[in-house]
Each structure stands twice: as C-alpha cells, then as structure tokens.
Write a protein that binds this ligand. Structure first.
Ligand SMILES: NC(=O)c1ccc[n+]([C@@H]2O[C@H](COP(=O)([O-])OP(=O)(O)OC[C@H]3O[C@@H](n4cnc5c(N)ncnc54)[C@H](O)[C@@H]3O)[C@@H](O)[C@H]2O)c1
Length: 429
C-alpha cells in the first residue's frame, strides 16, 4: 500500500477518464488516484460520480485551479497528470515540477515557443521528469514502421509524404470547441499535428530543421458559409431550431454523458461545447500544407484538411532501398461521445513494402484489444504499471514533446510571415 505511486489529475474533461479510469480499474496494485483539479466544480463532481459508479472507486478530494498548490501540499502526489485545455498545460507542468512532482501530460506539451522554453528551463532547474503521452507511437502499425526502418528495410530515409484527413464529424469538432481559438490550442498544426510530427520524428529518428507552410480557413467559419450562399446562422446548437437542419450540429442534450460533462457545467464557466462551426470567431486553419527539412536531410511533405468525407491517412516513406506505403481508414470519434476504446479504431489498414527492385509485399501487423489497435493499453502500462523493456523507446519525454510541437509552431510562424523558419531559432534545449 505504502509503495503505491500517488497521482492527481488536472482538467477533468473528456480526455481525463482515459487516465483516471485506467488508473483506478487496471493499475490499482501500483497506483492510487488522490485528487482532481479543474476550474469547473460541476465537471469535477461528475468525474467523482463516474469514479464511484463506473469504477467502484471512492470519490477523491477536489480542488479549484487556484488551489493547485494546496492540493500538492495536502495530497502529496508523486505525479501530476495534465489533461486540461492546451493553453494551460505549461502552468501545471512547471508548477508541479517546482513542487517536487513528476508530470504526465497530454499532447500538445504546450502551444508556443515561449511556453515551451519555460518548460525546458523548468525541467533543468528542478530535475523532475515529464512524460508526453503520444499514444499513436504505440499503435502496432506505427511501431511496425519504426521497426522496418530500424531494420534497414528501405535503406536510408530520404523523404516522407504524409496526408491526414479529418472528416466532417471528428474534424468539425475542433471548430465547435475551445480549439477554434488559436490562443487555446495553437491551431491544428500544433494541437493535432503534434501526433503526426512526433510520428515522423520517431520513425526517421531525426528532428525538424527548417519548416515552411501555408494554411487558411477555407470551409468552416461564417465568411466561408456566406460565400457559399448560407443566409441563416446560429451561435450554439442546443435549443436552437436552426441547428436541427445542420448536419454539423452537436446536440448536447441528446447524450447523457455530454449533458453531464458540458451542458450542466456551463453555469460555472460559460463554456459552450456545441458552437456552430459556421459561427464567427474561428481563427484556426482547416486547410494546411507543410514542408519540413530534417537534420538527417530527409524532406517531409504534409497535408491536413479537416472537412473530409472520411477519416484516416496515407503515408509514403521513400528510402535508398525502396518505399513503405501505409493507408489507414479510422473510425471517427467525437470526444466524450461513445466508447473510448474505439478511439483511433481501424476500419481499413494496408502496410506495404516496395523494394527498389524486388516484388512489393504486404506486412502483417497484429492488432490487439483496446484503443489505437491495442496501443493504448501498452501506453497505459508504460505509465502506470511495470513497464516492459521497449526496444523502440516509445516513452516520450519533454524533448520529444518539444520537437513534435516545434514543427507546428514553426509552421504557424511561416503561415503568418510567408517565410521559412529555422527551428533552432525558436527554443534552446
Ligand atoms: N492523445 C489523445 O488522443 C487526446 C485525445 C483527446 C484530448 N487530448 C488532450 O487532452 C486535453 C484535454 O482535452 P479534452 O478533449 O478533454 O477537453 P475538454 O474541454 O473536455 O476538457 C478540458 C478540461 O480542462 C479544464 N480547464 C480549462 N481551463 C482550465 C484551467 N485553467 N485549469 C484547470 N483546468 C482547466 C476544463 O474545465 C475541462 O474540464 C487536451 O490537451 C487535448 O489535446 C488528447
């Protein structure tokens, strides 16, 4: 009992349950959840209700955001899990380390270069550790690509072509929520692409050197809708008859979980999770193209579009001995709506090796139970259980967290200035 690692969690929204559910259900031998922190008491109370009813775990003490220090003093956690809004991650990561805790943080580690530098400095100053939970690395088909490249299957990697499609269900969700303001999320090139840029860093074993990008809001947002002839607009879906006709609307009162998590909690902070994707005030891009040169000279061409008819990705990796091609169709998932183990679930998958001169062949990858093709349970065991030796070194630290966001942060700057950006001008490691 005394040897159990003690955890508190900050940000009790949709993502939080992935961690507190696993901690209390699957890792109670090694770990103990001892507190929640959030700006919203209703959401914390609901998380406690789920703990009690779904996980058969006693309620934990709750602390509002201004009581974070008090929580650390009273609950004496070893780890702080950060699953709050992206713009707030750095505050909790840094303060947790200053108070002697290690940190497990959701991606993106943070959203801009200043905050990233503050985190890097705090790690040096305090000697504490930060883990960034890149679950995509653990998906078996993603790990397989690392293995194939490590085994020299396609020789030295020279270029990567990476197209990610977000559909009108999942992709649209970023435009209903806090993510639609770049100050909260860094835009999709940070918030979402941090996964993709991390995968490229991980696969090719290198880091970004120079980045150029274009990006714009070309489908969502009021101006685009007006240009397409739309004349009727609304601010939020719930309770609005106009939203009944809108295939992009999310109806918070149609799902008990969504209602308890967001609609019932609005009285506390005014946050509306069901805003119209064709409303005013969206300042993130929905259409993005990025070009990256890596330290090892490899070149990445990357595309992200957030209003596609299907969800998934095409990846081609070219090397001096051949080419890898992966095509994935993902089941689209809306945060807090539906079974979490279905997040990132696959509908279709092909992974092919095309040797420069031999016949192409399919690579079989065994998928297991759990989210992201069985990758999520491996990540969770790495975090909360007895980690197994990992030849692929998938556990990501603050340096991996920084390198994955720096591509997107540089891309944001390139979009703003029209100029390429040298990544080493952004932060000092
Ligand atoms: N790895 C993945 O696959 C994955 C999936 C979903 C979300 N995420 C990450 O999880 C995090 C949370 O996303 P979500 O979808 O749960 O969002 P959410 O809106 O459901 O929850 C965010 C929570 O943060 C709280 N919050 C806001 N400001 C705060 C502050 N100043 N201090 C403390 N708490 C504050 C909100 O009240 C809310 O409870 C994000 O960083 C997101 O990128 C990761």
């Amino acid at each position: 009992m005394g040897n159990k690692k003690r955890y508190v969690l900050v940000g009790t929204g949709g993502r939080a349950e992935f961690f507190y559910g696993a901690l209390t259900r699957d890792f109670s031998e090694t770990s103990e959840l001892v507190g929640f922190c959030d700006i919203n008491q209703v959401r914390m109370n609901y998380a406690n209700q789920l703990l009690r009813e779904k996980y058969n775990y006693p309620e934990v003490p709750t602390y509002t955001a201004d009581q974070f220090d008090q929580m650390i003093e009273q609950e004496k956690p070893d780890y702080v899990i950060v699953t709050s809004v992206d713009r707030t991650h750095h505050k909790y990561i840094i303060r947790a380390m200053e108070l002697g805790c290690d940190v497990v943080t959701e991606k993106p580690m943070t959203i801009d270069e200043e905050k990233c530098q503050e985190i890097l400095d705090a790690v040096k100053r305090t000697g504490q550790h930060v883990r960034v939970t890149f679950n995509y690395r653990y998906a078996p088909h993603h790990t397989k690509i690392r293995e194939l490249i490590l085994n020299d299957t396609i020789g030295k990697v020279t270029s990567v072509h990476f197209e990610w499609l977000l559909n009108t269900r999942h992709g649209a969700d970023y435009f209903r929520r806090w993510h639609r303001d770049k100050r909260n999320s860094g835009g999709l090139l940070v918030h979402k692409s941090t996964h993709h840029f991390d995968l490229v860093n991980f696969w090719i074993g290198s880091q970004p050197e120079t980045v150029f990008a274009f990006g714009d809001l070309m489908f969502y947002g009021r101006e685009n809708a007006e240009d397409r002839g739309v004349t009727q607009f609304y601010n939020r879906a719930t309770g609005n008859p106009l939203a009944q006709e809108d295939p992009f609307a999310l109806h918070l009162d149609s799902d008990a979980h969504l209602k308890s998590m967001y609609l019932d909690a609005e009285t506390e902070d005014g946050y509306q999770r069901d805003q119209s994707v064709f409303g005013d005030g969206i300042n993130i891009e929905d259409t993005m193209g990025v070009l990256v040169k890596y330290r090892n000279k490899a070149i990445l061409t990357y595309s992200l579009v957030a209003y596609q008819p299907w969800e998934g990705y095409h990846i081609a990796i070219n090397g001096t001995k051949g080419r890898l091609e992966m095509n994935i169709v993902e089941q689209s998932y809306v945060n807090s709506l539906g079974d979490k183990s279905k997040e990132g679930a696959l509908i279709g998958k092909t992974l092919r090796v095309l040797p420069m001169f031999g016949a192409p062949y399919e690579v079989e990858v065994e998928e297991k139970e759990g989210g992201h093709g069985g990758g999520d349970p491996v990540l969770l065991n790495d975090l909360f259980g007895e980690p197994a030796e990992d030849p692929f070194h998938r556990a990501a630290d603050h340096v991996d967290g920084a390198r994955s966001i720096l591509t997107g942060i540089a891309a944001n700057r390139a979009i703003a200035t029209g100029l390429p950006v040298k990544v080493d001008t952004l932060v000092q490691f």
